[in-house]
Write a protein that binds this ligand. Sequence first.
Ligand code: GAP
Length: 540
Amino acid sequence: MADATPDMKDIVALAKRRGFVFPASEIYGGINGFWDFGPLGTALKNRVRDAWWRDMVTCPPIGPDGAPLSIVGLDSAIIQNPKVWEASGHVGGFSDPMRKCPGCGHFVRADHLQSILATDSEWVQELYEILMWKTGFNEVSHDHLRHWAATKGRKSAPNLAIVRNIDSVLSHIPEGRYPEDEWAPGHFKFFQLLATEQPNAPSVTGLQDPCPRCGAPLGGPVETSLMFASHTGVEQNDASKVYLRPETAQGIFINFKNVLDSTRVRVPFGIAQVGKAFRNEVTPRNFIFRGREFEQMEMEWFCHPDDAALWREFWLAERRRWWEALGIRPENLQMREHEKDELSHYAKEGLGTQDVEYRFPFTAPGFGELEGVAHRCAFDLTQHQEHSGTKMEYRDPVTNETYMPHVIEPAAGLTRGVLAVLCDAYTPDPSRPSGVYLNFAPHMAPVTAAVLPLTAKPAHVEPATKLYMALRPRFAAELDVKQNIGKRYARQDEIGTPYCFTVDNDTLSDQTVTVRHRNTMAQERVALDKVPAFLAEKVG
Ligand code: GAP
């Protein structure tokens, strides 16, 4: 990310304009929480996925003892026997407590209400400003509240009690100074008081929490499942009900024995999987950050319970290092330990969870989750053993000790990772025609090399085509003939191509091409036959 935080609107616009990400079903008005990856987005996503697979499965890290780790791959079904999700705790347990607004139909997560009111609610901000600045510090003036209710309040919170029935509400809010702790926007008391009255009731009915959108008193919390359900077979009833997986992890746990019995791995070892997961998120938002269909890159590391603390430390350091190796700036990454009340059911008994977080434009100056590294203890294997009746314990062939392995789980978002790489690369630069370039690390750029004949004349196009044909088998290369050279450079800047090779008149006489470096726009000459070696050195 450039030093000044870029605007998310600009990133989303570029992603659409250049074919990274499109809204799903766009021609039908879209569908909330779903996105389609365009040609360049798919290429970028594959780069992140392939880097992860290479660094986890093909060439895993070297362990603390100096030997390479043992991690194998898996590709399990998205739909499994529903008992899997009962055992894992997702059926019944994977839900959010939601409150519905009877005024505008908006849903709010009960446990997020206070922070939403404090940070996102337009009418809370407006009232806070009136109370803090219009009247002097922490002071209620009925005149100012009356004026707000009759003007701005009507627009921003039409169902707020103070807007619907000002006299009745003001009779409960004496004029004068109030103690600080009843005012802060995160503090409920005042805003609850403003929302006490049901819209059409003649008098105040008691404290109720207000809707952050329209101010009407919210209904009570109802647990709402995040699992997408469907049916298998012809008859659609409870017996044929199935779920789309909400995480890739369970496919790994249920195959633990299969992998042990069919390969030569021994504890400690890992099983890795990349694939789609589905969650009926109540508030999908921030572009592809929180979607209802997304991809995960998860690895379950099975180890002896006594070694779990050591492996947790290992994977925490390793995973942060890995995101940096993608080219993400270290200052935009941080590690954050989960608070006790954030811990998932499976992590409660363990050593806790730490997230790798990225400073997204919409969280800046704060950070948002990119990956969680959790200690899942023996929770999942034990649950599946109990529910399926299949023994999941491991018998050490050397010591003969039998135990249930503990699991350290680095669980990363692939979709979210693509967003982080895109945001980090987005670099506004008013000095160049495109006004912006994507500063991808050369090995991550969807297009590594663009070959550009200076003109569309055969004298330029023919050698350019020859160079392109030489690069194509080894590098993500593109041959672009159309438009003037300035426009073509601008397009390559916007899609983050690190190197453009231009064939011009000099090429015909000295067999060299111009290489233009994306970030500096500097140009140098390289011999035509040295271009593959030049690129190999840059991208490996
Ligand atoms: N197996 C553990 C697990 O699924 P999680 O923290 O719920 O843990 C892991 O998910 C990662 O998946 C997150 O760190 C995030 O990057 C990604 N992720 C989770 N929900 C997502 C969503 N709705 N949209 C996009 N990515 C999501």
